[in-house]
Design a protein around this ligand. Structure first.
Ligand code: GLA
Ligand code: ZN
Length: 675
């Protein structure tokens, strides 16, 4: 099921169930939503106890009335399944629905996300209400999309989940001998005789078998994906054929989103950047990369399901968004290929733990607020950008974003338990491409590489079977590969490769990693250019945290280390392989290095960004394409107005004036022909 819209979505989470005794407020809300240019709300996310106040007693009339009224006013509904939080009666009557934590204690009723994904009772109750919602609303013209549960996360260690885990392992390994081999269980004498003996990892028990820890994380992802599928099947059983989404979270460590996305028709995510802690542009790169990750999960448009219109109540300091920042944040979703920007929440709760969370309509309740005005500006802009709906981002660069490698590296004990800085490394590389207005996809090891010209593998610790061959073919066929230290170290059961690393790519890269040095936080080494190097690099750059010592096996050194016993050893190398080239960055080099290095690699390979010139600091330029038209989106996240560099060829303005200096937080959108 494709999700298609001819307009960009604007709206947010709406909780009318908290206001059923105030029809005056509900009526006014609709007027205010229209005034703010909202065209969609998500309903029913935490409504289970209102929808089914007693077991088997369903009250949907209030919801129907609201969906009808919204629809009559041009506002669509994204209808949620209520599984994110269960009613008290359910937990009381069937305690098995409550989660068991890692120390094997069952939780009390309360909070949300507090349920077992395996429990047959929970599954049955969720399926029943989902099916009924689907029967009642699945064909309502006002309902456009299903919002499955809310921010899936967490894990359950109950006996039912333990059994499911064992079953999953049995399928994966077939024999216990194979599991023992893959988990290296002879280490500390932890050999299993049967699958029935396996227990999920626990601080009170087994945590030393990395294969177990990793498989448990994979199982948790699989359980969650299976639960999503179960929810969707119930919706289908109720007759609805509408597409489904689930709201994902910012670089969420617990779940492999590439796997989860397979269960969804469109990806959406909850975007809560902490602006104003650093320069806006720093946060913009971080949020931008996350948008790109979300888009890349399905290599399709996505949207922002939640974000705060003013200040959240859960960040350390509840900082108000400075004027214009909401606009910039919302437009950034569109700039990175999104189909709309929604908020949490439309109307602020009167009590309980989110009563001070920002909202489109606050406790005061009027339209004459700064936030309401800014939300309305976003609404108007999204409306005038409608023609961008359905356009896609066609990136020439792919960077690996790998949950499995992260899980394994974070668990691995060595080479640097004080931090590998995975996220920061990705961000440095990402930023270097952005500085050249080059769009980037973030992919996993399963995605197709054809169509990309550059592939970046930062700390690709764990290789899936067949991945090295795929990368080899990519380079052979003319691709540019950039690999860093700590890549190709272990197979996908976290057994270290024997015979040299980066596994399967030593000839492609022309190097073998021999040893890796961990640096204290306060230590540094340097990248020093080799005279007459192929990239014409002439500056020195700092590097820290991890320094890989490589043996050259055909590669040409481009930079070398500047100090320590490995002074003069290669720190950046290049190797020609087939029609392509393969770069190896041996240490965690600084941001300036990546900026210069990547700019030159792009230039050398004739890979152009959206504009030819260097981009002024603070400016972000992204592109989207549709029907032979290319859109150029310019956003100023800097502190000063800037004159924007124009793309080559004829362009016309869709939004803003390209001749005038672009103000901080402003947007210009141009369009021209596709290249
Ligand atoms: C998450 C949840 C929402 C709400 C917001 C608050 O994104 O999905 O229900 O709690 O956080 O920021
Ligand atoms: Zn469980």
């Amino acid at each position: 099921m494709e999700f298609r819209t001819d307009r960009l979505l604007h709206g947010g989470d709406y909780n009318p169930e908290q206001w059923l005794d105030r029809p005056d407020i509900l009526e006014k809300d609709i007027e205010m939503l229209k005034e703010a240019g909202c065209n969609a709300v998500s309903l029913g996310i935490f409504s289970w106890s209102t929808l089914e106040p007693e077991e088997g007693v369903f009250h949907f009339e209030w919801l129907e009335e609201i969906i009808d009224r919204l629809y009559a006013n041009g506002i669509s509904t994204i209808l949620a399944t209520p599984s994110g939080a269960r009613p008290k009666w359910l937990a009381e009557k069937y305690p098995e629905v409550l989660r068991v934590d890692e120390s094997r204690h069952r939780n009390l009723f309360g909070g949300r996300h507090n349920h077992c994904y395996t429990s047959p009772v929970y599954r049955e109750k969720v399926a029943l209400i989902n099916r009924k919602l689907s029967e009642r609303f699945g064909k309502h013209p006002g309902v456009i999309l299903w919002h499955i549960s809310n921010e899936y996360g967490g894990e359950c260690h109950c006996p039912l989940c333990q059994d499911a885990f064992r079953g999953w392992l049995r399928e994966r390994y077939q024999t216990i001998d194979r599991l023992n081999k893959c988990w290296n269980t002879t280490f500390w004498s932890h050999t299993y005789q049967s699958f029935d003996q396996v227990e999920s990892p626990s601080r009170r028990g087994e945590r030393e078998l990395h294969g177990l820890n990793l498989d448990w994380k994979r199982f948790v992802t699989e359980r969650t994906a299976d639960f999503i599928r179960h929810e969707v099947e119930a919706i289908r059983a109720g007759g609805s054929t509408l597409p489904v989404t689930a709201n994902l979270m910012y670089y969420f460590e617990q779940l492999d989103y590439f796997r989860l996305a397979k269960e969804l028709d469109i990806v959406s995510w909850d975007n809560y950047p902490i602006w104003h802690k650093k320069e806006l542009i720093e946060t913009a790169y971080d949020a931008g990369m996350c948008h790109d990750l979300m888009r890349s999960l399905k290599r399709k448009p996505f949207f922002q399901m939640e974000s705060c219109p003013s200040a959240t109540n859960w960040q350390g300091v509840s900082k108000l968004k400075r004027p214009g920042v909401l606009f910039a944040q919302s437009m950034q979703v569109i700039a990175h290929g999104g189909e709309g920007a929604l908020y949490f929440q439309i109307r602020q709760s009167q009590g309980a733990s989110e009563k001070f969370h920002g909202a489109v309509i606050d406790h005061y309740g009027g339209t004459d607020t700064r936030v309401f005005r800014e939300v309305s500006e976003v609404g108007a802009a999204l409306k005038s950008l409608s023609e961008l709906a359905g356009s896609t981002v066609n990136s020439k660069v792919a960077m690996l974003y790998d949950w499995n490698s992260q899980w394994a590296m974070n668990d691995s004990r060595g080479p640097r338990n004080d931090g590998l800085h995975y996220h920061e490394v990705l961000l440095k590389i990402y930023r270097a491409f952005r500085r050249r207005a080059v769009d980037v996809d973030l992919i996993d090891m399963e995605q197709e590489l054809s169509g990309y010209r550059v592939l970046v593998l930062p700390m690709a610790y764990m290789f899936k079977a067949g991945f090295a061959e795929k990368v080899r073919a990519f380079v052979e066929n003319g691709g540019v590969l950039i690999t860093t230290y700590w890549s190709g170290i272990a197979d996908d059961t976290d057994l270290c490769y024997l015979g040299g690393t980066p596994y399967g790519l030593m000839d492609v890269l022309g190097v073998r990693s021999t040893e890796i040095d961990g640096l204290f936080d306060w230590e540094k080494n340097r990248f020093v250019p080799v005279d007459g190097n192929a990239l014409g690099l002439s500056k020195e750059y700092d590097c820290r945290y991890l320094c890989d010592l490589v043996e050259l096996r055909g590669a040409t050194p481009v930079m070398t280390y500047g100090s320590d016993f490995y002074e003069g050893y290669a720190a950046l190398t290049v190797n020609r392989y087939g029609e392509g080239s393969a770069w190896y960055v041996a240490a965690d080099a600084d941001r300036e290095f990546y900026a210069d290095f990547i700019a030159r690699v792009l230039q050398q390979n004739g890979i152009e960004g959206a504009v030819a010139d260097e981009i002024p600091e603070g400016l972000e330029i992204t592109t989207r394409e549709k029907d032979g038209v290319r859109y150029y989106l310019y956003q100023n996240f800097g502190t000063q107005p800037v004159q924007i560099p124009l793309p080559q060829g004829a362009v016309e303005a869709v939004f803003g004036d390209p001749q005038k200096a672009l103000k901080p937080c402003g947007l210009v959108v141009l369009k021209g022909g596709c290249k």
